[in-house]
Each structure stands twice: as C-alpha cells, then as structure tokens.
Design a protein around this ligand. Sequence first.
Ligand code: MF3
Ligand code: CO
Length: 249
Amino acid sequence: MIELKTPREIEIIRKNGRILAQTLKLLEERIQPGIKTDELDRLAEEFIRKQGGYPAFKGYREYPNSICVSIDEEIVHGIPGERIIQEGQIVSVDVGVLKDGYYADAACTYPVGEITDEAKKLIQVTRQALENAIGSVKAGKHLSDVSYVIQSFVERNGFSVVRDLVGHGIGKKMHEEPQIPNYGMPGEGVVLKTGMVLAIEPMVNAGTHEILTKDDKWTIVTSDGSLSAHFEHTVAVTENGARVLTLNE
Ligand code: MF3
Ligand code: CO
C-alpha cells in the first residue's frame, strides 16, 4: 500500500529536505583534490546533528557511515574511508536526513576540477534526466511514465540506466512503496496521487547497465568499469506537478 502524506507531514519532510540540501552544499564546497572521503562523512554527520537531525543511513542495515561517497565507476553505496579525492574524478554523494519521524533522501554527482568531456556529459545527462522526470510528475499520470522519461532521455544520449536499483516512496520509512524503476514503458502500473512522496533517483552508466557489488558488500560498481552518475530528489506529488522537497529554500 502506498501511504499518502498530509500537508503537515510534507512540511516536515520539506524542512528535513532543506537540512539535506544544505548538507550537500557544504560538501560540494569541500569536494576538492586531497580531501578524504571520511572527512566528508564527518562534516555531514556533524552538520545534520547540529540541525537536530539524524544521518539516516547510519546503522541502516548495518551501514557504517552517515553518507555514501561513490567515485567514478562506483554507482552508489560507496563507504567513506581513507580514500583521497583526486582531480579528474566524479564524486556521487548520497545523503539521508531523519528528523521528527520523517526521512528525506537526495544525491548529487560533482566533478573534481577538470574532468573529461564524457564525464561532463554523463553528469549533465543524469541531472537533466532527473529534472525531466520531476517535470513529468503529476497526479493522475502513471508512475511508469516517469520511468519512461528517464530511460528514453538517457538512452537517446548514448548512456544506460541501472536496472537493478530503484527509486522509492519515502516518509516514516526511508524505503516505502512504490518502487520507482529508472526504465519502463509509459501508461503502466501505479497511478500517481496527490500526497505521494517519492525519492526519484536516476543512476546512469556511461557503458553497460550491468552492475557488481564489491567485496566490502556495499559498494556497487559498473561491471565494465565505466563511469556512473547519480542524482536524487525527494518530491511530493500534487495536482499541478511535483514539489521538490530537498531544496535549500
Ligand atoms: N540513499 C539510498 C537509497 O536511496 C539508501 C542508502 S542506504 C545506505 O535507497 F545504507 F546504503 F547508505
Ligand atoms: Co533513495
């Protein structure tokens, strides 16, 4: 069952989403050659706690850290540690905030200094895929219409969407129904309703859509070693479209 949220609940998620967006902004400024990924983790945890929130990933299925930092061919769930960020990399940061009983979830991929043209295009296409998806959300439309928008835009640009990982409903739990694949045919399945809150999160690979899990049991990488980017927002469905809840405003 898909739980619809009241305006009051959506307001709580929006406030948490603002803390989250501020966290990402703070991290963006620090993603520079020479910084260790666990320094980013510490900065994020400190900031979220100072705002009265809890870093939602910490302890989730025994995940050890507060954020995920996934570099280059790492798609998602990279565990912060001693690794040092280098010029030319692309760094995906995924953050969750839990406060007042509700979750917000968002992610962004950042370039480090000068990156290749392919990496720039990958980031741009993934960001635009999320924007197009958000632009397609509206009460009365099918969920698969949103999935179709993501897949068709990404593939038209010569990249592939990850199929084995999905976006999700979000609220009192980080992962609620429905699952939101980043591929599909329009006009199928769930119909969007006002009050649904969704975490939409295209994961886009430069090469194959196939993935592997590393020996650390968390980090998910492209099976061909190609680059991957990830953008995510938490949004509320309304009659007039999507309201993005993970913005710094
Ligand atoms: N942000 C991820 C998602 O959207 C959740 C990561 S949970 C972690 O589903 F434990 F892996 F960090
Ligand atoms: Co998510």
